[in-house]
Write a protein that binds this ligand. Structure first.
Ligand code: HPA
Length: 275
């Protein structure tokens, strides 16, 4: 994995982080909205504020603490990013995928991406966990736009398996063994920050999306580009617009994500342990 050539600003940031955190675990996790609690109670933790990392785009979202933490989660070594960067904050796609490339430069080989999503599929309900098997990029942007370094990854990466199948199997097996209910679905990725309209959600449902979210898609593309094994697990925090009569509110998203944390944390630890 580390054999690919990553951009200069990424390798410099990695050196900066390594100087401060020491040995870096090979398993990584990116924590979505309200999901920072998934890594509460980490032991032997060393951390840095992401805003101090050279080149790291500063996070502006409530509920995202902005820390990169190396430590152990129930005995499993993990590098955790609390505070991902979203396109709706005004960043370029290249900035959005900086943390994923940084984690790869630090030696992470398996990356779990968590996020909060709205459900479109009527069988999925708030609190459900969904293994994302495939994605529809409705952000109409791509983090690989621009000159391509063939030493980093292919110009036209194959996306027929954007999600790492090895990790997806681990997620399925871990959920089965823990008797954790797990849905499997396709994620539609939108830019936000406004939530979708009911007509948009009906459209997304018709083209095959089970869930909708404002992150993760660029990260998966960037991971695939450099051969980093990555898989998303989403937490349904709300019915998407028009699926229920309820109005959408970000506080509901963080509240539901926090309520799902016990089950989610157990699954996350087991997946990371098996990677
Ligand atoms: N739409 C888009 N992104 C989201 C949603 C939603 O309903 N809920 C959480 N993230």
């Amino acid at each position: 994995m580390t054999s690919v050539r990553l951009p200069e600003n990424v390798t410099q940031a990695a050196k900066w982080v390594r100087d401060r955190l020491g040995e870096i675990p090979q398993r990584g996790i990116v924590l979505g909205s309200g999901l920072g609690v998934l890594v509460d109670g980490m032991t032997s933790a060393r951390d840095v504020a992401t805003e101090e990392i050279p080149g790291f785009p500063p996070s502006t979202v409530v509920g995202h603490a902005g820390r990169l933490v190396a430590g152990e989660l129930d005995g499993v070594p993990v590098l955790a990013l609390k505070g991902r960067v979203h396109g709706y904050e005004g960043y370029s796609q290249e900035q959005v995928v900086f943390p994923v490339r940084l984690m790869a430069a630090l030696g992470v080989t398996h990356l779990l991406l968590t996020n909060a999503v709205g459900s479109i599929n009527r069988l999925y309900h708030p609190g459900d966990l969904v293994l994302v098997e495939d994605q529809i990029n409705l952000m109409f942007r791509n983090p690989l736009r621009g000159p391509n370094d063939p030493e980093m990854g292919p110009r036209f990466p194959d996306m027929s398996a954007s999600v790492c199948s090895e990790m997806a199997s681990i997620v399925r097996d871990a959920a089965r063994d823990l008797a954790t209910p797990l849905r499997v679905g396709v994620m539609g990725g939108v830019t936000g920050p406004s939530y979708e309209t009911p007509a948009e959600i009906r459209t997304l449902g018709r083209i095959g999306a089970d869930i909708v979210g404002m992150s993760t898609i660029p990260e998966l593309i960037a991971a695939r580009h450099i051969g980093l094994c990555a898989v998303p697990i989403s937490c349904v925090t709300n019915y998407a617009a028009g699926i229920s009569a309820q109005q959408l509110d970000h506080s509901e998203v963080t509240e539901v994500a926090e309520r799902a944390r016990g089950v989610f944390r157990t699954l996350v630890v087991e997946v990371l342990r098996r990677c």
